[in-house]
Design a protein around this ligand. Structure first.
Ligand SMILES: CC(C)(COP(=O)(O)OP(=O)(O)OC[C@H]1O[C@@H](n2cnc3c(N)ncnc32)[C@H](O)[C@@H]1OP(=O)(O)O)[C@@H](O)C(=O)NCCC(=O)NCCS
Length: 193
């Protein structure tokens, strides 16, 4: 389901997958070949959310923001595994966030990082590029090993293939709704609620 909020309509790139059970609402931008899987909530109602090209947000993820303070940026070729909570944080290019992780406001995951399943990244936590981060609360374990790099580099490409397989099976391309008077987003001056 793709819905406007206060006149802000999600902006979708080409060949994007959003099944009906996922909610994408408000000031949200999805890059080309992005995929949002079943039962996700991507709620850009009180700040903006940007999701880069070829990034996948797997089933039952919850993506939200903090009013006037913390938007959510996920760059390209990122994998967000099942049941992850992302709130007002930044995830740089090519990172993999393991299942059931929670990342809080102001935290930043560097390019190519692997966040182990079930981690908690506290407010403002900084993960240097290409590192393994793990634990509740999380710590930086060190640079990625070769096997870990291969895992991080492979999941996003698989998910681009998976959503293409769904299109071939008859699932529709995501289309943004048309509305009479679309409004600019928060970064262009839309007032915070
Ligand atoms: C991180 C992961 C890849 C394991 O990698 P690995 O190379 O086998 O790592 P190791 O078992 O050697 O562990 C390395 C360190 O991280 C710790 N660690 C690994 N996984 C952990 C986890 N999920 N939670 C907490 N600590 C973890 C280990 O205890 C070890 O710590 P130490 O160095 O202090 O002893 C795996 O646990 C994981 O989380 N995979 C992500 C799965 C996922 O969500 N996939 C997406 C589905 S599409």
């Amino acid at each position: 389901m793709i819905r406007p909020f206060q006149g802000m309509v999600p902006k979708l790139g080409a060949r994007v997958f959003v099944p009906d059970s996922a909610l994408v609402l408000g000031d949200v931008t999805l890059g080309d070949d992005a995929s949002i899987w079943f039962n996700c909530a991507v709620r850009g109602d009180v700040n903006w959310i940007r999701i880069g090209a070829r990034t996948n947000i797997q089933d039952a993820c919850c993506l939200h923001v903090t009013n006037g303070k913390w938007p959510l940026l996920i760059e390209e070729e990122v994998s967000i595994a099942h049941n992850v909570m992302l709130h007002g944080c930044t995830v740089r290019k090519g990172a993999l966030i393991g299942m059931s992780t929670t990342i809080m406001d102001g935290a930043e995951v560097g390019e190519g990082c692997l966040v182990a399943a079930g981690s908690l990244l506290r407010e403002g936590f900084q993960a240097p590029p290409h590192s393994l981060v793990a634990g509740w609360p999380a710590v930086v374990k060190g640079p990625l090993g070769e096997g870990q790099r291969q895992l991080v580099g492979s999941v996003w490409a698989r998910y681009v293939r998976y959503k293409e397989a769904y299109f071939k099976d008859g699932w529709p391309l995501a289309v943004a709704p048309w509305i009479e008077a679309p409004q600019p987003g928060f970064s262009e001056g839309h007032p915070f609620p």
